[in-house]
Design a binder for this molecule. Structure first.
Ligand SMILES: [Fe+2]
Ligand SMILES: [Fe+2]
Length: 270
């Protein structure tokens, strides 16, 4: 793996800031920079692997690629950290600040959607589309849609759910190409699973096809070290469209309350 030095330095606040760091701080910063397997894969310049090569790596890890980000420290030798406690009645903002952070990818996606003049339902979908990866990465669109269904507009949940399937299928009409990231993650000769193919066939004829497609178009994954996006530009949209339960997410007895509790307390042993 090759790390772009200038990206790393910029992420850490520039040469001067790095010069002031002691070696432990530097090590921590490097660990944060390479905090996920996905980040490492994104930085790779190796040729694309085959499906067989991707599979051959499975028994080299002590975790599975589909594990949620909160549950595993993937950098070599890294340990998971003690998480800050959640407030008694947590809001979506608390989950962003204390469990999804830094959430750069979804914040950048939502910013791009806003810049591209998307509707508020789609901007909200972009903001939330990958956040369930804190819980589970495997089938993350389906998990996320379920997590958010009680609280967001129907079209937002639909867009979140099916962005995952549409990511596997190019659509030149929207300027969406099959991503190199997927060639790297799944293997060059990968064939999407049957449920993904079936959902794609369903979506092609669906009147809401465009909703998840627009999430894929604004799905922004790049290391942009200068981009420091906060949730603030999206507060009005969240406040207008997200039905925050007064008891707090996880305490509202909704069918998905346990999912929020698991994200709030991933260190519960049982
Ligand atoms: Fe996604
Ligand atoms: Fe994404």
């Amino acid at each position: 793996m090759e790390i772009k030095r200038e990206n790393l330095i910029a992420t850490l606040g520039g040469e001067e800031a790095v010069a002031r760091m002691d070696s432990e701080t530097k090590a921590d910063a490097l660990e944060d920079f390479l905090s996920t397997e996905l980040d490492k894969i994104l930085l790779s310049t190796d040729p694309f692997p085959t499906v067989a090569e991707v599979e051959a790596k499975i028994p080299t890890r002590n975790y599975r690629m589909g594990a949620g980000n909160l549950f595993v420290a993937t950098a070599p030798g890294a340990k998971v950290k003690v998480l800050p406690p959640m407030p008694e009645k947590p809001t979506l903002y608390d989950f962003f600040a204390l469990r999804f952070a830094p959430a750069n990818h979804v914040l950048q996606s939502a910013a791009l959607a806003m810049k591209n003049g998307m509707s508020e339902e789609i901007i909200l979908a972009c903001l939330l589309h990958d956040t369930a990866q804190a819980l589970l990465k495997a089938d993350h669109g389906y998990w996320a849609a379920q997590l958010y269904e009680p609280y967001v507009p129907e079209k937002t949940a639909f867009a979140i759910k099916y962005h995952q399937a549409l990511r596997f299928f190019a659509d030149p009409a929207y300027g969406y190409e099959y991503p190199d990231l997927y060639r790297r993650l799944f293997g060059e000769d990968y064939v999407p699973l049957p449920h993904i193919r079936a959902d794609y066939e369903m979506l092609k004829k669906h009147p809401w096809y465009e909703a998840p497609r627009l999430v894929t178009v604004n799905d922004f994954y790049s290391f942009d070290p200068k981009a420091k996006i906060s949730i603030d530009p999206f507060r009005e949209i969240i406040d207008r469209h997200f039905k925050q339960p007064k008891e707090g997410l996880g305490n509202d007895n909704s069918p998905v309350a346990h999912m929020w509790r698991t994200i709030a307390h991933p260190d519960m042993a049982l």
